[in-house]
Write a protein that binds this ligand. Structure first.
Ligand SMILES: NC(=O)C1=CN([C@@H]2O[C@H](COP(=O)(O)OP(=O)(O)OC[C@H]3O[C@@H](n4cnc5c(N)ncnc54)[C@H](OP(=O)(O)O)[C@@H]3O)[C@@H](O)[C@H]2O)C=CC1
Ligand SMILES: CC(C)(CO)C(=O)C(=O)O
Length: 313
């Protein structure tokens, strides 16, 4: 990166998370947002509209792109914010840009960083525990936040990680280094495994997870996930499932009680969900380790059915 110039960041798959991130990062970097034409047209026309806890503003500095030919040669960092169902496709589309460049993921679920690592040597894993949604073309809402963003080195160069954290921090986004990013991705996935499919199936906000009829299901999902993570040798930040359940019901569910998770929007819009990177992934790994995962298997089957039968039939 040239020291006197602003860093150049390309966000790949800019929707709820990526557009909001682009809007904030524009304070510290030149930001290109690879997005669908409907967002690109609105942003070119009247700027990116942001509302909520990351600030209410119309940001004119974000540059939308709809293909790799529109990306300038001098990109310093790539951040992938497409759904996990689209990671391979977007990496393939932008392979020429990603190659040789530090590329981070802020996606939920397990497996995205390994896909990105097929395209570049320096991969940075990331998590974001904030609620984002698309309110319309080029218009995003940020409604609640429960923890700082975290980035950790997945492969390659540690300098790139430090530099990226510095840029994100100077844009005013709370961010911390994550020394064990594999465990960090699993730690974030616990929340998504617990609430995303249930809220998507019930068409309810996150608070539904604490209802007495639902709590036992969440409990089962998390106990199974702890057993599978343990068999995988993942050192979660909580020693036991009970410790995490206390944090989930004491902090995370209250923080997100009134908002809808990303999978809710996927099912409502008849899009493929990330279930195979979350509960489906745990169920498959459980089978490999000889660990029974009836809760995760059942919820994954329900979501797969719902995403292929949007009208319920
Ligand atoms: N929303 C949230 O609150 C949070 C989400 N996350 C995670 O962040 C990731 C992104 O989620 P979110 O922002 O909600 O998802 P969105 O679906 O809102 O955003 C992803 C965007 O990328 C676009 N896209 C996909 N492939 C391409 C492509 N090849 N070229 C251009 N655009 C493309 C999608 O378009 P299209 O839909 O047409 O494919 C969509 O507009 C997920 O892994 C999610 O689990 C993490 C924390 C919070
Ligand atoms: C943290 C949470 C639940 C925020 O909405 C999320 O990760 C998601 O929606 O996928």
């Amino acid at each position: 990166m040239e020291s006197l110039q602003r860093p150049v960041i390309l966000i790949l798959g800019a929707g709820a998370v990526g557009l909001a991130l682009a809007g904030r990062l524009a304070a510290a970097a030149s930001v290109y947002a690879a997005c669908r034409p409907v967002h690109a047209a609105a942003i070119r026309d009247r700027g990116l509209v942001m509302e909520g806890i990351w600030g209410d503003a119309t940001i004119r500095e974000v540059i939308p792109v709809t293909g790799p030919d529109e990306v300038p040669p001098a990109v310093d960092f790539v951040i992938v914010t497409a759904k996990g169902t689209g990671t391979r496709a977007i990496c393939a589309d932008y392979a020429g840009v990603i190659r040789g460049r530090p590329t981070a993921s802020l996606q939920n679920g397990i497996g995205n960083e390994d896909i990105i690592a097929e395209y570049t040597n320096t991969v940075i894993g990331g998590t974001v525990t904030t609620n984002f949604s698309v309110a319309g073309p080029g218009h995003v809402r940020v409604l609640s936040e429960s923890a700082p963003m975290r980035f950790g080195a997945w492969s390659g160069d540690g300098d790139a990680l430090r530099e990226l954290i510095g840029i994100v921090r100077s844009a005013g986004i709370p961010v911390e280094p994550e020394p064990d990013i594999r465990a960090g991705k699993w730690a974030k996935a616990l929340l998504n495994i617990a609430v995303n499919p249930i809220c998507a199936l019930l068409r309810a906000p996150v608070g539904v997870a604490a209802e007495k009829e639902i709590r036992g299901i969440v409990d089962g999902l998390i106990r199974e996930t702890f057993a599978v993570a343990g068999a995988e040798g993942v050192h979660l930040p909580w020693a036991t499932a009970d410790d995490y359940l206390a944090y989930l019901f004491g902090v995370q569910v209250p923080d997100f009680a009134t908002v809808y998770p990303s999978m809710y929007h996927d099912l409502r819009q008849a899009r493929r969900t990330e279930i195979d990177l979350l509960n489906g992934y745990v169920a498959d790994l459980g089978e490999r380790h000889g660990i029974a995962t009836p809760y995760n298997r059942c919820i994954a089957a329900l979501v797969r059915y719902a995403q292929t039968h949007p009208d319920g039939r």
